[in-house]
Unconditional design. Structure first.
Lengths: 372, 566
């Protein structure tokens, strides 16, 4: 395999979306979304199905006609409700990888990848070189002559990828590109995709409902629900400091603990809540304000289980193991605590039996105050 | 920037072209309908165009023809019941039992469709006409009196039509039976219901909407059917609506307004039937929702399977083998008779048919028209399908409604509207093949669009969208992605359009001019004015020509369908 040189100079573009609204008849899929993507940045739209993430992506692509708002790419207006501008997708200079791959079955692998270059009337010799380069990059160089209808799912996915970046688009859009692959292949492709992204340096917008994927490949993540943005931040911010209950729950599994504020006990920068059952919890506010009642989010992996009472001063309570589920990489415990159920995940060599009384503890820095 | 340069070069956009094509299609359909309605409201001098007085007298006067409407209902109802029994029986046997040769039979079930109602009618007239019919000749030779079979009756017409429509019903009901998930029945049995209870409570309710849909569809087709009623009904002066209309138009002086009123009434009834059919299809068929094809478990019917085998063989023999052999037998005789005599055999009928200029030119015209209809039709209907199902242009729904309109109008009635419409058209195309081409393109629009859109709907929309994301303009996309993927559908549509055009009677018989004849009406003319032996030869020659043309087209198609790469 010869890795051809000369990756063409990709001119990364910035994207600006302002007050985007997309309505189909009476259904509003996207209700006023604003964000921007810097040139070369990798942004992910994350959310459950029906949250409007794919619609937002397709509006950027030009495949959906929005109802209101504005979309600019590198400052040029692509859609503007006020001036009734809608640049058709083929003139936006973007590219896209589809969830279904959309590999044309009546063409060879080579012809599929060459398509965008032929549309741009490149010389055949340049096309051959560029297609070779792209196929090598996705490790499909040897299958260039194969009929596209004879590819496996993973191979189709690689061809779709090569086809999308070969003509040096200014932005790459990904619509759940890995969701049709099996779990193992998906994990592999995630890593390859990330490497490829960094190598090409193209601005990308990525849509997924898979948390791990979003955290793995993005510079920034936007969590969406019901057509609005719930939180924008780096993967670490989203994971460590979920803004509200929805994000906390959707981004990894979290225990939500509600309680009454006890300002008189607060010291050392901690916020203290008292639950209905009387347990006191110390947590961090990160500048967020709380009313008389508030909610903490504590990730299931941050809770700790021990037979002996730990030494720390705060956030140690007795609890009882109600059930235990072995899941391979970790063990999930369901605990009776404070008159309710808590979920805890840990990697232990020494499993605690069901029905055992033990101690539950959590570092106050991992109890995050949520906005309501 | 490259982007803006490309934007400046002007090409016709999808919107403009779609408006033009959609508008043209709407005009093709609605223009004749408007003239038909206008004609039906004419109460002045029946020959004057446009009418000099309007009124509803033609409709109120329809009471005089009540018996004709009664005849039509009788024939249509009888044939529908018979066709549904045949179709249901065959569908059940071939999809749910272990009858021997089931796969082969399933293929062969397409054959009755190639024996047109006209061929069937000619053959059965030879077999069972009261005087000259072969069966009745045999009966008298055995010492009988008069005749035992008479095909020149409503029952005869219904019989011939049912043999043909049985294959249509089989396809429709068979599709429903095959799309039924066998797990639904198995679940019932697992939960303790016996085979009988499962049949009554699960299978029947699931299949019933499909059967009802097929019944309504066949009934509507029967109301508008023409050729068998013409060939078998005319000798005994038994008229249905279509043949009565034809009579009113072709007699002297023609009574256009009455015929138009009759046509509009028939069209109204069929419209309701098609509406009911679509309601049943869209609401009732729970089983077709998944669209998945299952191979239901075949029931072991024991020794009964040989009886069922006989049933299948019997149907195919009566619907296909018997008519074709009869025509063949008659066509090689000087005087068609049931008893073979050495001196009676001849090939002169074929020689005559092929040497008569009228027949030769009619056959040639038909093949030419068939190719033209297929060629132009595929482009036009392919584009219409794209507008309706893919373009997302405003008005696509309206275009769909309009182009499917001819489905609800008997071709004879439609041709009648065209007769009037194109007579006043400034470009003189009346009496030429051009008018027939326009007629075929109009009346077969639903056939072509349904065939093409069936394939088009299976093409994932993202295949086109990804071409768009690669920067391809709509014309480029259409050429490089949509059209090649549609090729199987386009070829199938071309074949169907070709067959349908070459065999067309109802529209052709009204619209062909004396100097531009086509073959099917020529066969009917020959039946009533020359000999039945020559007619049989002509009918077989037509079938042979269609078969040869199809074989040629198939060969071309196979090459076109070869996959890329490897």
């Amino acid at each position: 395999m010869i890795v051809s040189a000369s990756p063409p100079a990709a001119r990364a573009a910035s994207i600006e979306v302002r007050d985007l609204v997309v309505r189909y008849g009476t259904v509003t899929a996207v209700r006023g979304v604003s964000f921007s993507v810097a040139a070369g940045e990798h942004l992910t739209l994350l959310g459950p199905s029906g949250c409007g993430k794919t619609t937002t992506l397709r509006a950027i692509a030009g495949l959906e006609k929005p109802t209101a708002g504005e979309i600019r790419i590198d400052g040029a207006v692509m859609y503007d409700a006020a001036s009734r501008t809608q640049v058709p997708p083929e003139r936006r200079g973007l590219s896209m990888v589809f969830q279904s791959y959309a590999i044309w079955p009546h063409m060879t692998v080579f012809d599929n990848v060459a398509y965008g270059l032929r549309v741009r009337r490149e010389r055949e010799s340049d096309i051959a070189q560029r297609v070779g380069w792209a196929l090598d990059l996705v490790q499909m160089g040897e299958l260039a002559g194969r009929s596209a209808s004879k590819l496996s799912g993973g191979q189709q996915q690689r061809v779709a990828l090569a086809r999308a970046f070969v003509f040096s688009p200014s932005v790459l859009l990904f619509d759940e590109p890995l969701s049709n692959l099996d779990a193992k292949l998906r994990a592999e492709m995630r890593v390859e995709l990330k490497e490829l992204q960094r190598q090409l340096g193209i601005t990308s917008v990525y849509v997924t409902h898979d948390l791990e994927e979003a955290l793995a490949i993005s510079d920034r993540v936007i969590v969406m629900r019901d057509g609005i943005i719930e939180q924008i931040g780096t993967p670490a911010q989203i994971y460590d400091l979920p803004r509200n209950a929805f994000v906390a729950d959707f981004v990894g599994s979290a225990n939500l603990i509600r309680g009454r504020r006890r300002p008189e006990l607060e010291q050392g920068g901690f916020v203290v809540l008292e639950t209905q059952g009387g347990a006191l919890i110390h947590g961090v506010a990160h500048g967020r304000s709380a009313g008389r009642e508030a909610v903490f989010s504590a990730r299931t992996v941050h809770l700790q289980l021990s037979r002996e009472r730990p030494a720390s001063a705060h956030n140690v309570w007795p609890a009882r193991v109600r059930s235990r589920v072995f899941q391979g990489d970790f063990t999930q415990y369901h605990l009776d605590w404070d008159g309710r159920r808590l979920v805890l995940r840990c990697v232990t060599s020494e499993p605690v039996a069901e029905g055992t009384d033990c101690f539950l503890s959590v570092d106050p820095r991992h109890c995050v105050l949520l906005e309501e | 920037m490259e982007r803006t340069e490309r934007a400046r070069s002007w090409r016709p956009g999808p919107r403009l072209v779609s408006v033009l094509v959609g508008g043209a299609a709407a005009l093709l359909v609605l223009y004749p309908i408007a003239y038909l309605i206008q004609a039906s409201l004419s109460v002045g001098d029946p020959q004057s165009r446009p009418p000099d007085a309007y009124g509803l007298d033609n409709y109120t006067g329809l009471g005089r023809y009540a018996h004709i409407f009664g005849n039509t209902l009788l024939v249509a109802a009888t044939a529908t019941v018979l066709a549904i029994v045949l179709g249901f029986g065959m569908a059940w046997i071939l999809s749910r039992t272990n009858v021997p040769g089931r796969a082969a039979f399933e293929q062969l079930m397409a054959m009755p469709y190639y024996v047109t109602p006209l061929m069937g009618a000619l053959a059965w007239a030879l077999i069972a006409a009261p005087q000259s019919g072969f069966v009745n000749q045999l009966w008298r030779a055995l010492g009988g009196e008069g005749h035992i079979l008479d095909v020149n009756t409503p029952w005869g017409i219904a019989w011939v039509m049912a043999l043909f429509e049985g294959a249509v019903a089989f396809v429709m009901i068979g599709a429903v039976m095959k799309s039924m998930d066998p797990a639904l029945e198995e679940a019932s049995q697992v939960l303790g219901a016996g085979r009988m209870r499962t049949m009554l409570r699960i299978t029947l309710p699931l299949v019933l909407p499909g059967v009802l849909g097929a019944a309504v569809f066949v009934f509507a087709e029967m109301l508008g059917s023409f050729s068998a009623a013409l060939v078998l009904g005319l000798p005994s002066r038994f008229y249905v609506v279509t043949t009565a209309m034809y009579q009113l138009v072709s007699q002297y002086p023609p009574r256009f307004p009455q015929a138009a009123a009759m046509g509009v009434s028939l069209f109204a009834v069929m419209f309701v039937m098609v509406y009911i059919y679509r309601r049943i299809i869209s609401r009732g068929t729970y089983v077709t929702i998944t669209g998945k094809a299952f191979r239901p478990r075949a029931m072991d019917v024991g020794r009964l399977r040989w009886i069922l085998f006989g049933v299948c063989l019997g149907y195919l023999s009566i619907a296909v083998v018997l008519p074709v052999l009869t025509l063949l037998y008659a066509s090689v005789q000087r005087l068609a008779t049931a008893f073979p005599r050495a001196g009676n055999f001849t090939l002169s009928n074929y020689v005559t048919a092929l040497s008569l200029d009228a027949v030769r030119s009619a056959l040639w015209n038909s093949l030419l028209l068939g190719c033209a209809t297929a060629g132009v039709g595929v482009v036009l209907m392919g584009f219409l399908s794209w507008i309706i199902y893919r373009s997302r242009l405003p008005g696509a729904g309206f275009i769909e409604y309009v182009v499917m309109f001819p489905q609800a109008v008997p071709r004879l009635v439609f041709a009648f509207g065209m007769l009037w419409a194109w007579l006043v058209f400034p470009i003189p195309i009346y009496g030429t093949l051009w008018l027939l081409l326009i007629a075929y393109l109009t009346v077969f629009m639903p056939l072509g669009i349904r065939t093409i859109s069936g394939v088009m709907l299976q093409i994932d929309r993202t295949l086109e969208e990804s071409a768009q994301m690669c920067g391809a303009s709509w014309g480029y996309r259409l050429r490089t992605v949509t059209m090649p993927l549609l090729r199987p559908g386009l070829i199938a549509a071309a074949l169907l359009l070709f067959i349908a055009s070459v065999r067309e009677l109802g529209a052709s018989i009204l619209l062909m001019g004396p100097k531009a004849k086509v073959i099917t009406p020529a066969i009917v003319e020959s039946w009533f004015s020359t000999s039945s032996e020559l007619t049989a030869a002509m009918a077989l020659l037509q079938t042979l020509a269609v078969a040869l043309a199809l074989a040629f087209l198939f060969a071309v198609a196979r090459r076109a369908l070869r996959p890329v790469g490897e």
